[in-house]
Design a protein around this ligand. Structure first.
Ligand code: HAM
Length: 409
């Protein structure tokens, strides 16, 4: 868990704003769910997953309830859907921190932030296309170029189950040759063995049966429409038959945005897919749904690697230097701020030289200077700190108007 200091924290906020603009322009409303819920809500993401088995911050509260900090948003959003029964399709977005007890390293933290959209209540493959396209366009808007969209379909619930059985049979036939970790994974979830990055497993994962052999007519057609939609929008993708994702609720379309500059273990900037059975598992009616989450921490690392989406300019417009005790600066900064300007000042009655240094560091375009001369004459000196321009002396009453005009306000 980390502190995020300014100006990096300003960058995080800007990131969420750009995401909000992107998805709100497509009709998604903002949803806020609790940071902590009944642990049962999150177990529905898959009892066999690492997230539920090993990574949940789960404890008994003072009232004896079994609760957990959210490890992701999707289960909470489905729980909220079941509780409030909004009209469908329900298009929502959210952002904030999630918690997983993972081994921390670059791009992997125990508290991390996500931005997320979900569409609940439609199985139209063109919804899949909209959701994927919004993720793609957002990453484009950040300026990222080295991103690959990986796309797969896991088939419907029954096809997925048949495929899992076929994989189990196949891997069991090669059990002795698999790595110890993969043998353990196999016992819990044969699909996840496909995720193995170990060299020892590579020949077997490469030759394993693929899900495409198991698609029925419906899921085959669904996947085809998703691909056709992405083609029409000119969004490039790579079919990745091994893309199984780390959560058990996925069926049909699954996808990931892989960053080109990150280590392969941490290269997923985000991902998502359909989870047509999750609402029902949480006590609602059978409901199709799809969404994705992007990791803020990791996507910003990718932005650093590609030198895009820098921290926004946090400079103030004007800095007030007052060597007469500080009360004049108090009043003038207040007037400037009320006029809508970003204004700062020095404290502790520093020397002129020290205050001018602070003015320079603040990034301000202008300094308003009040010394004894100005105070006695009822004036202020306005000095440009950046670029060309002459210093001027203005009547005290005209400071705000002059600074406003000078900064183009
Ligand atoms: P996920 O793949 O577990 O999916 O997480 C999505 C993204 O969150 C990852 O690609 C990564 O960028 C970021 N992330 C996950 N864990 C960490 C961590 N420990 N440290 C830093 N970043 C991390 C989900 O969470 C699904 N709920 C996505 C979804 C939404 N599927 C359908 N709707």
């Amino acid at each position: 868990m980390r502190d995020i200091l300014p100006p990096e924290s300003d960058r995080w906020r800007a990131f969420v704003s750009v995401f909000a603009e992107t998805v709100e322009a497509a009709g998604y409303g903002n949803l806020a769910t609790p940071l902590m819920e009944d642990a049962g809500v999150f177990s529905r993401v898959g009892e066999a997953t690492d997230i539920v088995q090993k990574e949940m911050y789960r404890f008994t509260d003072n009232g004896g309830r079994d609760v957990a900090l959210r490890p992701e948003f999707t289960a909470s959003i489905c729980r909220a859907f079941v509780e409030h029964r909004p009209s469908t399709p329900w298009k929502v977005w959210t952002s904030g921190s999630n918690f997983r007890y993972e081994r921390p390293q670059r791009g992997r933290y125990r508290q991390f932030d996500q931005v997320d959209i979900e569409v609940v209540g439609s199985d139209d493959p063109l919804v899949d296309v909209e959701v994927i396209a919004l993720g793609w366009r957002f990453l484009e808007r950040l300026g990222l170029r080295q991103v690959t969209l990986l796309l797969n379909s896991l088939g419907d619930t029954a096809e997925r189950a048949t495929y899992v059985d076929a994989l189990r049979t196949y891997f069991e036939a090669n059990l002795d040759a698999l790595s110890a970790q993969s043998r353990e994974t196999l016992a819990r979830n044969p699909l996840r063995v496909l995720d193995s990055k170990r060299e020892q497993d590579a020949p077997f994962t490469a030759a394993a049966p693929t899900i495409a052999e198991f698609y029925g007519a419906d899921s085959g057609a669904h996947f085809e429409t998703v691909r056709a939609g992405l083609d029409r929008l000119g969004i490039p993708y790579t079919i990745a038959p091994g893309l199984v994702r780390g959560l058990d609720y996925y069926v049909r379309t699954t996808f990931e945005f892989a960053g080109g500059t990150l280590d392969s273990a941490q290269n997923a900037l985000g991902g998502g897919g359909r989870y047509d059975g999750l609402v029902e598992a949480l006590g609602g009616p059978p409901t199709a749904a799809i969404g994705f989450a992007l990791g803020v921490d990791r996507t910003l690392i990718a932005c650093d690697d590609e030198s895009v989406f820098a921290a926004p300019d946090s400079a103030v417009d004007v800095f007030v230097v007052d060597t007469t005790g500080g009360l004049e600066a108090l009043v003038i900064t207040e007037e400037l701020r009320r006029a809508g300007l970003r204004a700062d000042r020095a404290f502790d009655n520093r020397s002129m030289k020290s205050q001018m240094k602070a003015a320079d560091r603040s990034g301000a375009l202008y300094a308003v200077i009040i010394g004894e001369t100005e105070r006695d004459a009822g004036t202020a000196t306005l000095r440009p700190l950046r670029g060309e321009g002459e210093q001027v002396v203005v009547p005290r009453a005209e400071v705000v108007a002059t600074v406003t005009a000078a900064t183009g306000g």
